[in-house]
Design a protein around this ligand. Structure first.
Ligand SMILES: NC(=O)c1ccc[n+]([C@@H]2O[C@H](COP(=O)([O-])OP(=O)(O)OC[C@H]3O[C@@H](n4cnc5c(N)ncnc54)[C@H](O)[C@@H]3O)[C@@H](O)[C@H]2O)c1
Length: 254
């Protein structure tokens, strides 16, 4: 049974692998048996730690640095990943968050959110699928958010919420384009999760409220996203494509 969830022999690329969810999921894929290429910004301080945590598990890991808004950086990252073998799994976790009242939000702030959180995911999928489609084999998982489904009470982030809704529908759209070509595309929509993203100043006072507002009474740990990600990346999810898996402690039920 555990073989269904095994990623032994798979080669994965994880964007945003230097911090938070992406870092934990890169290690999680390795725990499930994959070799992993870890992609993050040149300025990322955590990427080397991700690579060494994976190596400590006895799996192969490589670092690739660049920006998800740059298609060439992503093509290069795919090339680096393929030094480990044919790319078969991709987790697109890179993302940003910030807040501002909609009526005052500078266009640049709006545009940057879309550039990273929507275009960045599209360009990542494009680069990854280019090699996967040729072999008719691949599983892509995009990290969206429950903010793509609900509006977070008290957080002024129209740009983030709408960008995450776009990621969910982008994932479905790509899933349909590639459904007969061997590449599955799904998304995971985490609820409030304890990561560096939640220590940004705008949300400092709200973190206690996040836990209180979540039916399970707390934020998720990054560990709790590993199972859903490994599931969607693995053979266990062979009939899942175009789904959005909400991992939110029950948040959207209320
Ligand atoms: N933390 C939460 O509560 C939460 C909830 C739902 C969804 N998410 C989503 O999960 C993903 C990961 O968030 P996190 O909480 O781990 O945040 P994080 O800030 O800890 O990690 C994000 C990573 O993405 C990288 N990144 C940012 N912009 C990039 C770019 N242009 N190119 C390459 N890499 C870039 C950062 O360097 C960082 O390492 C994001 O897409 C976020 O929107 C987070």
């Amino acid at each position: 049974m555990t073989e269904l969830f095994s990623l032994a022999g798979e080669v994965a690329l994880v964007t945003g692998a230097g911090s938070g969810i992406g870092q934990r999921l890169a290690v999680g894929l390795a725990e499930a048996g994959a070799d992993v290429a870890c992609f993050d910004l040149a300025s990322s301080t955590g990427l080397a730690e991700t690579v060494s945590r994976i190596a400590a598990l006895g799996r192969r890991a490589v670092a690739a640095r660049g920006d998800v808004t740059n298609g060439k950086d992503l093509a290069d990252a795919v090339e680096v990943a393929e030094r480990l073998g044919p790319l078969s799994v991709a987790l697109n976790c890179a993302g940003i968050a910030n807040a501002a009242p909609a009526e005052e939000m500078p266009r640049e702030q709006w545009q940057r959110m879309y550039d990273v959180n929507v275009t960045g995911v599209f360009l990542s999928c494009q680069a990854e699928a280019k090699v996967m489609l040729g072999r008719r084999r691949g599983a892509i998982v995009n990290i969206a958010s429950m903010s793509g489904v609900i509006v977070n009470r008290g957080i002024l982030q129209a740009h983030y919420n709408s960008a995450k809704a776009a990621v969910i529908h982008l994932s479905r759209s790509l899933a349909m384009e590639w459904s007969d070509r061997g590449v599955r595309v799904n998304s995971i929509s985490p609820g409030y999760t304890a990561t560096p993203m939640n220590i940004r100043p705008e949300v400092a006072d709200q973190v206690k409220q996040f836990a209180a507002d979540t039916p399970l009474g707390r934020m998720a740990t990054v560990d709790e996203l590993v199972g859903p990600a490994v599931f969607l990346a693995s053979r266990a999810a062979s009939f899942c494509t175009g789904i959005d898996l909400l991992v939110d402690g029950g948040f959207v039920c209320w």
